[in-house]
Design a protein around this ligand. Structure first.
Ligand code: F6R
Length: 594
């Protein structure tokens, strides 16, 4: 999704710093980019369709400038093009924007009737014109921003330059992320904390419906009514973010390989001194809803399995985009768990805001510290997997499962004295070795990737917890390879989709669940009888070129071991197909629009 970067730097380095920031924002996914900077008392704008490296070719980064703003755009209103790229300038105002102006068509008509003309098809240019319109009334930027916030509907993080004010940038926020970082000679404005973490230690967070006026020596915060706000300067605690691929060709591979450490560090942290017992007691609640999007939703499906089958706690899992418009049945006995790597996903955040109107308790399982969801929930558990740069999530997803497993274990230890907790703890303690074993089988994963490429149709099948994991495998393959694949609960196949199965079909199946082992085997025999080839991920029997055998473990660990081969198979398929692995087309890391 769109990324924002703004800088005030007294040493004339603003252009260079903004470009560096845009490079760090690239992981969010984008299709065009641009920069506006102040030089010789004039605001210059350079923008282009394509990557930051294309933008760099159009700019002399040695030009001295103290103030610059930049943007990576992920197209929503209007195609990816240079004209639609940000910054936009209308009259005296130049700005970049992340979010969606919902009433932009209505505003456009009003502005056209006032004489404004538009070059782009974006909602952002309308926002820019609206601020300019109010600014021209009496050349008061404060009044213009307040009137804008009053009139506009939707979500926005805006960073703005005004032609007449040469020493300040202004930022405005509602429902889109924005952070202000400070060090001795520079103020940074960015869409997320990781982008500025290498540059500064202290930061301020704006709440929704707040804005700020920023000069090199002073930051003043205001409400949407213009009242000054007192804000606490905060200090980054987590220095765990890095932007290096190390020896790997892609961030995705690095992040897959890192799982042996991310998982064992997270789990050992909670096991040491029995800290897992301090986690929220899920069994206290009569209703548990898990709400998330994409892979985080798939982690939620694994959580449902663990809560229900192991801890006997009924649980519902919902896609955030559905939950936000659905009637809820929440009261003081309800717990709503929000799972999100970024902590900024618009739909998940909107659900959290909605349930805040009820008496339900909210718990966040979040990777990025101080992200919007992590701040707004009643309680947060961090997944501690460090920076995840590849758009397709891997290590953050398995850490989400690990946290759900620890919550289950915590409940069992408190309420089910007959449960063999020590056996699970021992398994958890050995997770590093188990993960290493499944990571090591690279040649096999490469040869399966070639079989995928040679097949006309790909199906993922599994039952119960295997189905949850196959859904994640299916999503990974789609994201990274752009191949079409289908995922079904194995028992559902004969109710329709089996008509698609023939000799050109490759079926990737999970079969690790003792209770359902034979049932899944029968379903697989049905597809073999129709000519399909099978790649099996199981914890029984002998491995061969089409069978991946993972260590036989409880359902606290097994789903993690089952998904890792699928991550690597998708990765190698994408590599063989020469896809843009870390930044797959059309995708964004942090989905901050609905
Ligand atoms: C898939 C992927 C997405 C995210 C989804 C939610 O690889 O990364 O499906 O899982 O967009 O994002 P977060 O977890 O940031 O809320």
């Amino acid at each position: 999704m769109c990324g924002i970067m703004g800088i005030i730097n007294k040493k004339g380095m603003a252009i260079k710093k903004v470009i560096e920031g845009l490079e760090r924002l690239e992981y969010r996914g984008y299709d065009s980019c641009g920069i506006a900077y102040l030089t010789n008392n004039k605001i210059e704008t350079v923008k282009t369709k394509g990557r930051v490296k294309d933008l760099k070719e159009l700019i002399d980064t040695d030009i001295k400038s103290d103030i610059a703003i930049g943007h990576t755009r992920w197209a929503t209103h209007g195609v990816a093009s240079t004209i639609n790229a940000h910054p936009h300038t209308v009259g005296d105002i130049t700005l970049v924007h992340n979010g969606i102006i919902e009433n932009y068509l209505e505003l456009k008509e009003i502005l056209i009737s006032k004489g404004y003309q538009f070059k782009s098809t974006t909602d952002t240019e309308i926002a820019c014109a609206l601020i300019d319109f109010y600014y021209q009334e009496n050349k008061d930027i404060k009044k213009a921003i307040i009137s804008f916030m009053d009139k506009v509907k939707g979500s926005y993080a805006i960073v703005l330059l005004c032609k007449d004010i040469k020493d300040k940038i202004f930022v405005i926020k509602k429902d889109s992320p924005l952070v202000i970082g400070v060090n001795t000679d520079t103020v940074f404005v960015a869409s997320d904390i990781p982008t500025i973490l290498s540059e500064c230690n202290d930061y301020y967070l704006l709440n929704d419906l707040e804005w700020a006026s920023i000069s090199s020596s002073e930051i003043t915060f205001y409400s949407n009514k213009g009242e000054e706000q007192v804000k606490e300067r905060q200090t980054f605690k987590d220095g765990n973010f890095t932007y290096s691929k190390d020896k790997y060709d892609h961030f995705m591979l690095k992040e897959i390989m890192e799982q042996q450490d991310t998982l064992s560090n997270l789990i050992n942290y909670y096991i040491e001194d029995n800290k897992y017992l301090d986690l929220i007691d899920i069994s206290k609640y009569k209703r548990i809803d898990i709400v998330a999007c994409g892979s985080a939703y798939h982690a939620g499906l694994v959580g449902k399995y663990l809560f229900e089958e192991e801890a006997n706690i009924e649980t519902q899992v919902y896609l955030a985009s559905e939950y936000r418009y659905k009637k809820n049945f929440l009261d003081e006995n309800s717990l709503v768990i929000f799972i999100s790597q970024s902590g900024e996903t618009a739909d998940t955040l909107a659900c959290l805001k909605k349930i805040k109107e009820t008496k339900a308790k909210s718990l966040g399982i979040i990777n990025v510290e101080n992200s919007s969801i992590s701040i707004a929930v009643d309680e947060v558990i961090y997944t501690k997997s460090g920076s995840e740069i590849a758009v397709a999530t891997t290590k953050a997803y398995t850490s989400q499962i690990a946290v759900l497993a620890l919550l289950t274990l915590s409940s069992l230890a408190k309420h089910n004295k007959s449960y063999d907790i020590d056996k699970i703890i021992n398994e958890l303690k050995n997770i590093k070795d188990d993960v290493k074993k499944v990571l090591d089988d690279k040649d096999k994963y490469k040869s399966i990737a070639k079989k995928i490429i040679a097949s006309k149709k790909i199906f993922f099948l599994g039952r119960s917890i295997d189905y949850a994991i196959m859904r994640e495998g299916d999503l990974k393959l789609k994201e990274i390879t752009y191949l079409s694949s289908e995922c079904y609960a194995a028992g559902e196949l004969k109710h329709g989709p089996i008509s698609l199965i023939d000799k050109d079909t490759l079926v990737i199946a999970g079969n690790t669940n003792k209770i359902l082992y034979e049932k899944t085997e029968s379903n697989l025999s049905e597809v073999v009888a129709r000519g399909a080839n099978i790649i099996l991920v199981t914890n029984k029997g002998k491995a061969n070129s089409n069978t991946i055998v993972i260590p036989e473990r409880s359902s606290f660990i097994s789903p993690i071991l089952e998904v890792i081969p699928l991550q690597l198979i998708s990765y190698y398929t994408g590599v063989f197909l020469e896809r843009d692995i870390d930044k797959p087309r059309n995708l964004a890391k942090s989905v901050t629009v609905e």
